[in-house]
Design a protein. Structure first.
Length: 146
């Protein structure tokens, strides 16, 4: 073997180390991203399984044209009020909210009640509350008061 063969082998050997030096960190970062994503998915699945709500009272007042929905957090997961949706007859709404009577609260803990209020021109036929973990509770039974 001459010098050119040894030189070419050395160049290829150094090039292989350089390729490994680039590929391994990129692959490692990809595997870490996948691992983090799987962990987040497992945490979300656990929170979804531990989330439960119950519609305690759905009342429409004919005189004031106001819908009041009282929902209990019967699960073991704390929920964010801003991520809880109220659908009235299939339409997303922007209700006023209060947790245990306090409108400034943004977290709805287990065992607490959330009250949603909304001005409506007509009595609703269907009301659905959806949490941030896609757990929902709905009813067609709206109590009408004057």
């Amino acid at each position: 073997m001459g010098f050119s063969t040894n030189g070419a082998a050395a160049i290829l050997f150094v090039a292989a180390f350089m390729v490994v030096g680039v590929v391994v960190p990129a692959a490692q970062a990809g595997f870490e991203d996948i691992s983090d994503s799987m962990g987040a998915h497992e945490n979300r699945a656990l929170a979804t399984g531990n989330t439960d709500i119950t519609l305690d009272d759905v009342t429409y007042n004919n005189t004031s044209d106001e819908l009041t929905v009282r929902v209990a957090n019967t699960g073991t997961t704390s929920l964010h009020v801003n991520d809880t949706d109220l659908l009235v007859d299939g339409v997303f709404t922007n209700p006023g909210t209060a947790v245990e009577g306090a409108s400034a609260r943004t977290v709805w803990a287990p065992g607490e009640n959330l009250t949603l209020t909304l001005s409506l021109a007509n009595e609703p036929a269907r009301v659905v509350v959806v949490t941030e973990y896609a757990v929902s509770e709905g009813t067609n039974d709206v109590t009408v008061v004057s």
